[in-house]
Design a binder for this molecule. Structure first.
Ligand code: PSU
Ligand code: MN
Length: 323
């Protein structure tokens, strides 16, 4: 797969990551929008550090991706991670494929979403990436709601990115704030395998289950790695979504998650929130509605995804065809 020269020219890959990739050792990319826009301080810094530690504990090298002063950083120092996590609200941009160029041109800090992280990580040669939950088709994107609003056409650029950039993305399912069935259909149209590890149901982000059967089910991480290796070796060009449920002890009960999501979505509509601000607004609103229980779930699932991604990267690195 050829990489656009322009992206490569913008990369600053940490020395440890360069060395690991050169030696064929496993590397896991981590995104930064969940740090700047997804979780409140200090949970965001704790999660970012714990995710890196979980990747290392699995035997892989972490590479958190962010943008600073026109450069795409792949692998952050502890100081950079802290600067990003403690930056004043509103001072860090949210960079996705459509906002990547502006974020690079304007300088300062920007956090990368799933789509922008995939672009940078793939250009650096990384095959595995962990996030909390991918973006997707928002509720009301395709329909007129009860208040006569819509359709909003708000569909995350994460989905098109999954269709074009070859990489395994580990998550706890599409975010529960989304129209999950429509998100699954979109991924199918994009040719993206969606694989649930160890359970028949698609994981439901805050909850163990989304209530929807997963398109593909494998028994363990090795079996997921075999499927990822097969997909990457075909050279089809798109990614694979590997879904693992939130750890049971931190999961929200299904009905509590559903109630909070439905209320938050209705509140966002009344407040007139839309565009890139919508996802961060909904996550914050759900944190308030659940008195912090959603933050505990989100924290636990992100760290768990990082651990699983590390194990997946290890299994993948032992399969020479995938490189
Ligand atoms: N996972 C989380 N929290 C987050 C995100 C993922 O647990 O905040 C971020 C990712 O960066 C993802 C983004 O790409 O939310 C989706 O934003 P949007 O719906 O605006 O595309
Ligand atoms: Mn959007």
């Amino acid at each position: 797969m050829s990489v656009p020269l322009g992206v490569t020219a913008r990369l600053d890959v940490a020395a440890e990551v360069v060395q690991a990739l050169a030696e064929g050792r496993p590397v896991v990319a981590l995104e930064s929008t969940l740090i700047s826009h997804g979780l409140p301080y200090p949970h965001n810094l704790e999660v970012a550090s714990a995710s890196e530690a979980a990747v290392r504990a699995s035997g892989a090298v972490p590479a958190t991706v962010a943008i600073r002063d026109g450069r795409l950083l792949v692998g952050l120092t502890a100081e950079a991670l802290e600067a990003l996590a403690t930056a004043p609200e509103g001072s860090v941009r949210k960079a996705a494929r459509p906002s990547l160029a502006v974020a690079l041109a304007e300088g300062g800090w920007a956090a990368t979403t799933v789509s922008a992280t995939m672009i940078a990580a793939h250009a650096a040669g990384v095959q595995v990436f962990a996030t909390g939950g991918i973006g997707g088709v928002h509720r009301g994107a395709l329909t007129v709601n009860a208040r006569g609003r819509g359709p909003s056409f708000d569909i995350s650029s994460d989905l098109e990115e999954m269709g074009r950039t070859p990489m395994a993305v580990v998550c706890a399912g599409p975010k529960a704030i989304l129209d999950v069935p429509a998100t699954l259909e979109y991924l199918e149209t994009q040719g993206v395998p969606v694989i649930s590890v160890g359970q028949a149901d698609l994981p439901g982000f805050y909850a163990r289950s989304s209530g929807i059967a997963a398109p593909h089910v494998v028994k363990d991480i090795d079996a997921a790695a075999a499927a990822v290796a097969a997909h990457l070796a075909l050279g089809l060009g798109g990614g694979v979504l590997v879904c693992v449920p939130v750890p049971a002890e931190a999961a929200l009960p299904d009905d509590a998650a559903r109630d909070a999501v439905e209320r938050a979505v209705a509140d966002a509509d009344v407040a007139g929130i839309g565009g890139p601000a919508l996802t961060p607004w909904l996550l914050a609103r759900i944190a308030t509605l659940t008195e912090g229980a959603s933050v505990r779930a989100n924290t636990a699932l992100i760290i768990n995804d990082a651990r699983v991604a590390g194990e997946l990267a290890l299994s993948l690195a032992a399969r020479p065809l995938a490189r």
